[in-house]
Design a protein around this ligand. Structure first.
Ligand code: ADP
Length: 398
């Protein structure tokens, strides 16, 4: 069955058409600048050049219309008719406490996702627009919602509660939810296969290190803790997000700089992280690595602080699970940067970690990058959130 995977952002839409049997990508692409001047669709078939078409897209419905046109195009399309698309899988950012797994979309589910919009005001409304547009343009095609938060719903109370009055949890559901769940789930399952052990016998830590970054503790196949919280701002130092900080800093900056709460939150979301630490030099780790190798302070202090924070979380989660069998690196930085893995593993001597330099220099495949005698295994597992969404979707509609 051909599954269309849709990931709707506020002004962008990523898509992949995946064959559920071969698990191969048939076509993929991206609509950019939806509702803004200069919108365009980038469309690509495997092995072929990207085809970029500039076209006005006033809203997400127009964008999905363009995606359907591209997929069914007589010349560059990959299906003859819409009926060859068996189901649509939507990535939904926040499922709150309502969704602990993926689910087929109906009116009740739509209403529940809408209710969760309060928790993710930038993301869920865009996701909902994507669902509604597909429902209009592809009537009768089953749709599935796959939530970023669902995998972490197994966290115990002591991990998800914040140390604030309990009434805020009861009344407003303020708690840790965690994100990147599809990736943490996919990578932990794959890691168990690569290690060759039943996931129900393994204690794993997954480090999803991209522009957004989070760590999770996966004990016997279930997420028991994760570094992102009510929102994706908590936890690791990220590309532009601060991660953990003393909450009093918010008030302190607001007073000192004469800023509103919204302005301070913007600084913490958009101007902080390694971008902020490097004095505004770059949020891209390729630039920071160059700076680090050249011995310059900007990149060096940002990389060191980043790696230290990851290592601290690994320590915390090792304690939370009373041990760890494997530590997995994934996403843009985790998959592609031998240096960051080396810097993080430099802190893990107490876990008997020993990196295999030659293995650690490889990229692009599932790898064990620790030596055979390393007490804790270190793995690199390229994540594939679209494939994970396609699998979940197929499982619910087949
Ligand atoms: P997101 O999906 O959160 O936007 P990605 O998982 O795509 O992020 O990761 C993007 C980040 O990965 C980039 O900002 C860059 O810093 C890092 N990255 C990608 N390739 C490399 C590389 N070869 N070396 C170091 N860092 C890399």
């Amino acid at each position: 069955m051909n599954i269309l995977v849709i990931n709707c952002g506020s002004s962008s839409l990523k898509f992949q058409l995946i064959d559920s049997e071969s698990e191969k990508v048939i076509a993929k692409g991206l609509c950019e600048r939806i509702g803004i001047e200069g919108s365009r669709i980038v469309y690509q078939k495997p092995g072929a050049d990207k085809k970029i078409t500039e076209a006005p897209m006033q809203d997400h419905k127009a964008a999905i219309g363009m995606v359907i046109d591209a997929l069914t195009d007589g010349q560059d399309g990959v299906v003859k008719h819409l009926s060859e698309i068996g189901a649509v899988g939507h990535r939904i950012v926040h499922g709150g406490e309502k969704f602990a797994s993926s689910t087929k979309i109906d009116d009740t589910v739509l209403a529940a996702i809408e209710e969760c919009s309060e928790l993710a005001p930038l993301h869920n409304p865009a996701n909902l627009i994507g669902i509604r547009a597909c429902a209009e343009l592809m009537p009768g095609t089953p749709m599935v919602a796959v939530f970023d938060t669902a995998f972490h719903q197994t966290m115990p109370e002591e991990a998800y509660l914040y140390g604030i009055p309990y009434r805020y949890y009861e009344k407003d559901k303020i708690r840790r939810y965690g994100f990147h769940g599809t990736s943490h789930s996919y990578v932990s399952k794959r890691a168990a296969e690569v290690i060759g052990e039943d996931i129900h016998k393994l204690k794993l830590i997954v480090c999803h290190l991209g522009n957004g970054a989070s760590v999770s503790a996966v004990k016997y196949g279930e997420s028991v803790d994760t570094s992102m919280g009510l929102t994706p701002l908590e936890g690791l130092i990220m590309g532009t997000r601060s991660g953990d900080l003393d909450p009093a800093i918010v008030e302190f900056i607001a007073h000192k700089e004469g800023m509103t709460l919204e302005e301070v939150m913007r600084v913490l979301n958009k101007e902080s992280g390694v971008l902020g630490l490097s004095g505004g030099f770059s949020s891209d780790f390729r630039d920071l690595e160059d700076s680090y190798h050249a011995g310059k302070p900007e990149g060096t202090r940002a990389m060191k602080a980043f790696a230290y924070r990851v290592a601290k979380y690994i320590g915390a989660y090792t304690a939370a699970m009373n041990g760890v069998d494997g530590i997995c690196f994934t996403a843009g930085l985790g998959e592609n940067s031998p240096l960051i893995r080396e810097m993080v593993c430099g802190y893990l001597g107490y876990l008997g970690v020993s990196l295999d330099e030659e293995q650690n220099a490889k990229r692009g495949e599932d790898l064990i990058v620790s030596t055979a005698d390393s007490k804790t295994k270190i793995l690199v597992i390229p994540t594939n959130e679209e494939l994970a969404i396609a699998r979940e979707t197929y499982a619910l509609v087949k």
